[in-house]
Ligand binder design. Structure first.
Ligand code: CO
Length: 158
């Protein structure tokens, strides 16, 4: 496992639409493992492959000691609304307030290529939406208001 460098605001790759993973292989495992190392190193909540320069539909979230690895994830249902403060490892020093669904249900492949369903409320729902946005070249800044300097202690970063 190894750390990968995180692309930051202004890098074109963050604005591109990531491609589906066609074949899960050793490279995919290495990417997932490196993404987890990188996420933990930065005390983040989630990370999407384009953030480490790989334009594939892969994202991870680690929350409350659960690790979710999502390959080709799709939101299949969502409901409710929440307003939440978000930040992003690719947008250092900034945070903002966003509307997100309060609940989302996602279908994704795990690293064995097995389809599973992940349901999330509240923070997990927001984190899922944030990471899936990265796969479509969308940053939280695009949806946020009250964008301001990040007083790191109070903000979850993904
Ligand atoms: Co982010």
């Amino acid at each position: 496992m190894a750390l990968r460098s995180i692309r930051t605001y202004g890098d074109e790759i963050l604005r591109k639409k990531a491609k589906d993973v066609k074949k899960i292989n050793e490279g995919t495992f290495k990417l997932l493992d490196d993404m987890l190392d990188t996420l933990r190193d930065r005390n983040g909540l989630g990370l999407a492959a384009p953030q480490v320069g790989v334009l594939r539909r892969i994202a991870i979230i680690e929350m409350e000691e659960n690790l979710y690895e999502m390959i080709n994830p799709k939101i299949v249902s969502e409901y409710g609304e929440q307003r939440r403060n978000e930040a992003c490892l690719s947008v250092p020093g900034k945070c903002g307030d966003l509307e997100r669904p309060a609940h989302v249900k996602v279908e994704a492949l795990d690293r064995n290529g097995v389809m599973y369903t992940l349901e999330g409320d509240d923070l997990l729902a927001a984190a899922i939406c944030h990471e899936l946005d990265h796969l479509d070249g969308v940053l939280f800044l695009d949806r946020a208001d009250n964008i301001r300097d990040n007083d790191a202690a109070t903000v979850e970063t993904d």
